[in-house]
Design a protein around this ligand. Structure first.
Ligand code: GLN
Length: 299
């Protein structure tokens, strides 16, 4: 075995095969893709280049860096995107660090929903509360050139990542970053056309059962939604109305099984009229939108 392994020529093809099997043996989903992402990153190539040069034999620093990342991915279950420091959201490359949640494809549906509510030629003021990597705010700013945004996060480290991403995409001039807890981060008296958020919504007991990548490496503050997962959603739904212009929308990402609870919370406020829930790619109700009424009750 040993002689066989050491006699082997470690081409890109051989490295990918070995790594895929290693990751699979550790129960990692998407083993092949992760191997490709890590190897491409170690070489400073695009993933597609690996296939064009299957017989290339990586050496030196690139090989050492790849080995180190494979170990961290396989043995410590660190998400590959934290190892490469790169992710993609709404076709935009984003820097990610363990201070921010890795943007999920489901959250792109939140952006789509927001873009559907904001006309392209409209000047709008939009909030992204708990922005993390800045994914939502940057995607909206990129696709709505007249929109201005306020992006908040309780974590200064997260805001630094979001700011760097906004600068990279040339939208930092239209996004104001503010540190703080939900609405407390906002400037008093501001009124938004839309308030967007992908808040923490995983019920604490479910988080303990989550994959080690999520449970042990992603920021808990971005995931833990309290005992029933609704703690932050409650704050957002209850608190948003005075921050919205008449007819403005609150658009939230929610967890599986939370749609009914979320709609009930919205009804209890008596502040919202139209409400919609949009399913994700798996048919799970994922994005809840609620429109604040023209005139607030009691106003
Ligand atoms: N979708 C994420 C997960 O399942 C949760 C994101 C969140 O809490 N906002 O890990």
């Amino acid at each position: 075995m040993r002689t066989e392994e050491s006699a082997r020529v470690w081409t890109i093809q051989a490295l990918l095969q070995w790594t895929t099997r290693f990751f699979e043996s550790k129960g990692i989903e998407g083993a092949r893709l992760d191997g490709e992402l890590l190897l491409a990153n170690a070489l400073g190539w695009k993933r597609i280049d690996l296939y064009a040069r299957f017989d290339h034999v990586p050496t030196g620093n690139a090989l050492a860096r790849f080995r180190e990342m494979v170990r961290a991915r396989g043995l410590q279950r660190i998400p590959s995107k934290y190892l490469t420091g790169e992710s993609e959201f709404y076709s935009l490359p984003l820097q990610v660090t363990p201070a921010v949640l890795i943007p999920r494809p489901e959250t792109e549906l939140l952006v789509e929903r927001a873009l559907a509510l904001l006309a392209k030629d409209q000047e709008a003021l939009v909030a992204d509360l708990g922005t993390g990597s800045g994914a939502i705010a940057i995607a909206v700013a990129t696709h709505r050139p007249l929109a201005r945004l306020v992006a908040t996060d309780v974590s200064a480290e997260a805001l630094a990542v979001a700011r760097a991403n906004a600068e990279h995409h040339g939208v930092s001039g239209r996004i104001e970053f503010r540190q703080g807890d939900w609405f407390a981060a906002l400037e008093a008296g501001t009124c938004f056309d839309a308030v967007l958020s992908n808040p923490p919504y995983v019920a604490a007991p479910d988080l303990e059962r989550a994959m080690p990548e999520v449970r042990d490496h992603e920021p808990r503050a971005a995931l833990d939604g309290g005992p029933d997962g609704l703690s932050c959603l409650r704050v957002l739904i209850g608190g948003a109305p005075p921050w919205l212009k008449p007819g403005g929308w609150l658009v939230l990402e929610i967890g599986a099984g939370q749609a009914q609870g979320v709609l009930e919370l919205a009804k209890e406020t008596e502040a919202y009229g139209a409400m919609q829930v949009t399913p994700d790619y798996q048919g799970i109700p994922r994005i809840a939108s609620m429109q604040v009424k023209g005139v607030l009750p009691g106003a």
